[in-house]
Design a binder for this molecule. Structure first.
Ligand SMILES: [Zn+2]
Ligand SMILES: [Zn+2]
Length: 102
């Protein structure tokens, strides 16, 4: 699968334009050659452009936002503000909860 940086289309096979110097692999939608490999989100399975931090997360932006939101809700249900501030003070990796830093 490929991703077009120009029109953001995901497609299976590049459109090949034959030039004097050889084959040019292009986007079938907009016919530019700004294409790169698409990668699969390990949660929803959707193809997406490879993100800069993809090696670390392997999760698309929508899934990442959803995960963070749900995790945050769960933790906020369980702990009150004072406890969250204390947790943050313990310096666990709580970058999601920066608002509780004092
Ligand atoms: Zn395109
Ligand atoms: Zn996803």
């Amino acid at each position: 699968m490929y991703y077009c940086d120009n029109c953001e289309t995901i497609f299976e096979d590049p459109y090949i334009i034959r030039e004097d110097w050889g084959d040019n692999y292009c986007c079938p939608n907009c016919e530019t050659d700004c294409i790169s490999d698409a990668v699969k989100c390990k949660l929803c399975g959707d193809y997406m452009a490879a993100r800069e931090d993809y090696c670390r997360e392997k999760v698309c932006e929508e899934c990442e936002t959803d995960l963070k939101d749900r995790f945050k809700e769960l933790v906020e249900d369980e702990f009150d503000e004072k406890e969250l501030k204390a947790l943050y003070g313990i310096n666990y990796d709580l970058s999601l909860f920066e608002e509780y830093s004092e």
